[in-house]
Every structure is written in C-alpha cells, then in structure tokens.
Design a protein around this ligand. Sequence first.
Ligand code: ZN
Length: 81
Amino acid sequence: MRHACKKISQLASDSLDRPLSLLERLKFKLHLSMCSHCRDFDHNIKLIHKVTAMMHTTDYGQTRLSEKQRQQLHNNLNAIK
Ligand SMILES: [Zn+2]
C-alpha cells in the first residue's frame, strides 16, 4: 500500500467517527478521484459500518437484508480479502 493510500484509508475510517475538516475532505476526494483502490476501500468500509450499525440497533433475529444487499455485501467482503 502506498504511503498516500495509508493516510487516505485512515481518513476513511476516521470519517465514520468524526466529521473531516475541509482540508481533509479535499485531500480525500482528490485522492479517491485518482485511486480506485481507495475508492473501493472507502466503499467497503462504509458498507461494513452500515451493516454493523444495523446489527447493533436491531435484534439479530429481525435483521433483514434483501437478497440484493446480501449479495452485494458478500461481493464486497470477498473483495477485501
Ligand atoms: Zn489510494
């Protein structure tokens, strides 16, 4: 992983916990526009965040993913490995 990508992936996970500053957002968007690796990473981390948040807010038995969402999640998890 390139040094810039490391920083960007850190920003991607930070953005889930806190709002990014304007400068950080600019750097982030600029890098994502050039780097497909980080675009995928950002997409995946947000998806996982969404799913885990969903699992925490609903009873496990009531968590319902549509077939399409399940398929998408599956594909994304495979992409990370
Ligand atoms: Zn990158």
